[in-house]
Design a protein. Structure first.
Lengths: 513, 302
């Protein structure tokens, strides 16, 4: 409970009608563990700079790096500087950088080093004094989950994990949130022991994307789509996240994890929840979460798993104008690795709205191109008053949400081909973010880091959602572990034949995204 | 690409636009609004076009710039169409109205308004007294003025109140958005005390500061002063002073609070295009701006 005075305080300058006022985070410091990692350099540091450049960070903001490297503040500052220059979205402005650089610190140490955490606590206390960060600290754990327990207990031991006297302490964690239900529960328990659930921010960067947030706007702000959004009109739903890159250099993380755990458990099931959930009674974080939890609780894998799932492993091939090696030849992978690089599953949602509508989820590496999209494929018209020859080229109507790249929405329907005969062919109606809002939709990480600093939880999955996702996925993981090996597919194609077979059984086929 | 049409009718221009679109493959479906810029001749024409083009990078729109040329009594219209690289993400249509036609701007604008999208009109200089009653202003959902460009900015911003209709905004208001945001978030911090008095000082010809003072006067229960001098905003509560200061032409401001370390913030004066882009983000009336206008009458000028 916050103190009563704070609860009654109403800032006289605030007005909810004042919507042009940007939300600036209050005084705080962000501590990044694992600053030497790829994610920190490519995404986190640039996002912090972009926020600063947009004027959304508090005056006196501090950024602290924690790693084993033998660096001083300036070395770390230079790393951040280079990372920002190379990867920031907004233009580099020296004066913004100077302000940010003043608050950059580095603490050297390993996670089991008590002195390093004592040093971290001292550094933070010093920053509270000279930068006015007010004892508000966010800890970004950009580190393997195996290190979570030690870091959490170190934070707790050095008195950094508590939120009291109007100060806050928040922890940000990245996937993987465990590798099955049991381990996810264990991980939640470890973090939960030190940080209360409302101080834990699980990053699923897909939820920071404008296109994903737009699913809610599209579904619940429009009258047009809602009547169609159910089993009466929808034939099936396809959610695809394809990557064209391979796994060179990522063996340490990926081997033994595989595509289903890496992508389906978090990103794709979250997308499924956004598409399938009922309307929340408000956009309050708790209401949103309640609907997501409801729909995830109603979601199961379609059986029998042999026929409704598929998995594959890429082998050498030609892609994007170059020859690429197969997984077994990638550095760090055993020649007999059974880690899947392609996974497809079929979910059914046992609610009145969705009964009988399969949700096909697929993801993979080394596929045709990098694309994430959600296709809602509608049933065919029950009766076509045309001759067969007139509609041979008419497919099923579809609404496609293009999550990335080329963000937007496509509606596909049949239209008459100009000419004297009646012939109907599919056409696309297109909405593109690039055209309607042009540049500058913020990067997902910008939005999510700002939300962490503001303490705004709506875009972060909670422990229950994570556990429910594992509950959905666990049966197929166990099934795959017990039966057979992944089917090979050539790099640059759209996955193994069994994936196509899995849809063909019910007379459907994958869209080529 | 720039195409000039001399002594043209709206029909000629419309045909040319369609032709350019077909041949050049330029699409306009994504355009979200029509921005009409009413200028009074040569003065400030190119800066206004540049600002509109820059703002259009965030909000792809059709920009129609209307300029009046007072040269005798033969009505005539010259036009220039800018597309592609010369117009950023938008298409710009510049119409120079000669003779008596200059008094009938709305008649040439109507055919070029994009169907079923909002219209915003902007007078970079010399706005009508009541923007909503102006023949062009009547077409628009949002009407933007800029007191900064007026000969007497302080008088101009004070006079906006009399002519106010929901949907009006002065660009001076957008110049202080970040100042306001910083003050609001500074006040979010403990100790949570009501503001007892406030003081805003700066250049006499910076109407944004009059609006800032007016906004404070509308929000707090206590005296608000507006002074001429150093660029500085000060809020006083029972036990602390919150101060935001910046050198007049500086890009970095200092936030000072009693008992807290000073902090530096990047806070450069915003360009017109940034303010314009901010206005285009919201197409509903800004009620808080209206209260700020009303607040100006409560401000004590010292």
């Amino acid at each position: 409970m916050s103190e009563p005075a704070a609860a009654e305080w109403v800032n006289p300058l605030r007005d909810e009608r004042d919507r042009r006022l940007p939300r600036i985070a209050g005084p705080c410091a962000l501590v990044i563990f694992g600053v030497t990692g790829d994610l920190a350099r490519r995404k986190l540091m640039p996002a912090v700079y972009d926020l600063a450049n947009r004027g959304l960070l508090p005056p006196g903001f501090a950024l602290i790096g924690f790693a084993r490297r033998d660096w001083v503040d300036e070395d770390f500052g230079r790393i951040v500087h280079d990372a920002v220059k190379a990867n920031s979205r907004t233009p580099f402005r020296e004066e913004v950088w100077q302000r940010l650089a003043e608050g950059i610190r580095f603490v050297q140490g390993s996670f089991d080093d008590d002195d390093a955490f004592a040093q971290l606590a001292t550094t933070l206390a010093e920053l509270d004094k000279i930068r006015g960060t007010g004892g508000n600290h966010a800890f970004y754990l950009s580190i393997p989950p195996a290190s979570f327990p030690v870091v959490c207990s170190q934070l707790s031991r050095s008195g950094l994990a508590g939120s009291e006297n109007g100060r806050w302490s928040r922890v940000v964690i990245e996937k993987p949130f465990g590798h099955d239900l049991t381990s996810a529960r264990a991980l939640n328990a470890v973090v939960g022991e030190v940080f209360p659930e409302d101080s834990v921010f699980r990053i699923d960067h897909y939820l920071g994307k404008e296109t994903v947030q737009n699913i809610l706007a599209m579904r619940f702000a429009n009258q047009l789509f809602d009547p169609l959004w159910n089993a009466h009109y929808v034939d099936h739903v396809q959610i695809t996240m394809a990557e064209d890159i391979g796994l060179g250099g990522r063996a340490g993380y990926y081997d033994g994890i595989g595509a289903a755990r890496d992508v389906i458990q978090n990103h794709l099931l979250q997308l499924l929840a956004f598409i399938a959930m009922e309307e929340p009674i408000s956009f309050d974080p708790a209401e949103l979460r309640a609907e997501k939890i409801k729909v995830l609780s109603a979601t199961r894998l379609a059986e029998p798993l042999d026929e409704t799932t598929a998995r594959g492993q890429y082998v050498a091939g030609w892609q994007n104008g170059g020859e690429v090696v197969g997984l077994h030849e990638e550095q760090g992978f055993a020649p007999d690795s059974t880690t899947e690089t392609f996974a497809a599953i079929t979910c059914e949602i046992n609610t009145r709205r969705w009964a009988g509508v399969p949700f096909y989820l697929r993801t993979g590496k080394r596929l045709g191109r990098r694309v994430t999209e959600i296709a809602i494929v509608f049933k065919r018209a029950p009766h076509l008053p045309f001759d067969d020859t007139m509609t041979t080229e008419l497919g099923q109507n579809a609404l496609v949400i293009r999550v990335q790249p080329d963000e937007g929405v496509t509606l596909r329907f049949g239209s008459k081909v100009p000419g004297s005969s009646m012939e109907v062919r599919d056409v696309n109606m297109d909405f593109s973010y690039g055209q309607a809002f042009t540049e500058s939709s913020p990067e997902a990480y910008e939005r999510l880091i700002l939300d962490v600093l503001l303490g705004e939880p709506s875009l972060f999955p909670v422990d229950e959602e994570v556990e429910l996702s594992w509950k959905i996925l666990d049966p197929v993981l166990e099934h795959w572990a017990a039966h057979g090996v992944p089917e090979p597919y050539e790099a640059g194609t759209w996955g193994p034949p069994s994936a196509d077979e899995m849809l063909r059984r019910s007379g459907r086929e994958w869209r080529r995204p | 690409m720039r195409v000039q049409l001399r002594n043209a009718t709206a029909i000629d221009i419309g045909k040319k636009l369609v032709e350019l679109r077909r041949n050049g493959g330029v699409v306009t479906q994504g355009r979200v609004l029509t921005l009409v810029v009413c200028t009074d001749g040569g003065r400030g024409l190119e800066p206004a076009i540049a600002a509109a083009t820059a703002a259009a990078r965030e909000h792809p729109c059709r920009v129609i710039v209307v300029g009046r040329v007072n040269d005798g009594d033969v009505p005539r219209m010259d036009a220039e169409i800018r597309l592609g690289g010369d117009a950023g993400a938008s298409e710009v249509l510049i119409l120079a109205l000669h003779g008596p036609l200059a008094d009938h701007q709305e008649s040439v604008i109507v055919p070029f308004l994009l169907p079923d999208t909002p219209i915003v009109v902007w007078w970079p200089t010399s706005p009508p007294e009541v923007p909503a009653k102006d023949p062009v202003g009547r077409l628009a959902v949002r009407r933007l003025t800029d007191a900064t460009n007026d000969a007497d900015p302080m008088a101009a911003i004070a006079s906006r109140r009399a002519g106010y209709t929901p949907g009006d905004t002065d660009l001076a208001w957008g110049r202080i958005t970040y100042w306001r945001a910083l003050l609001v978030s500074a006040l979010d911090q403990a100790p949570h005390e009501p503001i007892e008095s406030a003081r805003v000082s700066g250049l006499a010809n910076e109407p944004a500061l009059d609006l800032l003072a007016g906004w404070l006067a509308s929000r707090i229960d206590g005296p608000v002063q507006r002074a001429i001098g150093k660029l500085r905003v000060e809020l006083r509560t029972r036990s602390q002073t919150i101060e935001l200061v910046r050198p007049q032409d500086g890009r970095v401001a200092t936030l000072k609070r009693t008992g807290k370390p000073d902090s530096l913030i990047t806070l450069a004066r915003r360009d017109s295009w940034e303010c314009l882009a901010e206005e285009l983000r919201r197409l509903d009336p800004d009620e808080v701006y209206h209260s700020a206008l009303n607040g100006i009458s409560k401000v004590e000028y010292v």
